[in-house]
Design a protein around this ligand. Sequence first.
Ligand code: GUN
Length: 282
Amino acid sequence: MLLNGKAIAQEIQAEIAGQVHQITGRKPGLAVVLVGHNPASQAYVRSKKKACALVGIQSLVIELPASIALSDVIYEIEKLNQNPSIDAILVQLPLPPHLDESQITAAIDPNKDVDGFHPINVGKMLLGEEGAFLPCTPLGIHVLLQKSSIPIEGQHVVIIGRSNIVGKPLAAILMQKKRHCNATVTIAHSQTKNLAVLTRSADILVAAIGRPHFIKKEMIQPGATVIDVGINRLPDGRLIGDVDFESVSEVAGHITPVPGGIGPMTIAMLLQNTLRGYNDQK
Ligand code: GUN
């Protein structure tokens, strides 16, 4: 069965639009910092801007040249930290190689850090404290599983990919000792031995690898839930996931499509985090 991230994201966006509509006076504001000319990043930023407009959130895109110095990026972030009409700040990744990602994310006011990448928010997430911003993609996966009534507690979740954006935070969220979490989590990566043995033991398999159609039918436990986080653009322009959807959907119990699965959920969570940032700043 298809897990329709797009439809669930639209429901969430409609709720957010309703709440934003009720706000009289200043509307929530998101600032997106885009450094350089990475075409994929430019496309993501356009989608984020469009989604904001659809729900009534103000958005401001700060475009900076690829050659910019670290101190100048930090200066721009500090201006946004001080700007009372901005509730949420996001620096689109990846950054040009000369810019240190950790220094840049650490410059964002943790109370405006809607990506949840600031060390304070990462720490709170790991400690299971309420009130931290959770990264949008893992949060979107968790919400999609819950809204699709997929059991999580006690289930074996195998996540392939150990990135700071998806794999690590998703593991932290799903292993929390609380309702709708309590999963047994395994993280696999490029050095993992006997990957297929591991993936076949997964009740929920999450592919966040960045390699087109890496996950094949033989790697799936019949009936498992398969979450595809991959967005790979082929030379002909088509977008395909990390999962070989056609064959895997023959054995999976539930599966997300690409496009129309996790991508829209990520954007819905960004809007939700932005609204929360607004409500917290008030
Ligand atoms: N690049 C890929 N995914 C993300 C994300 O969730 N946030 C940011 N800022 N950049 C990304």
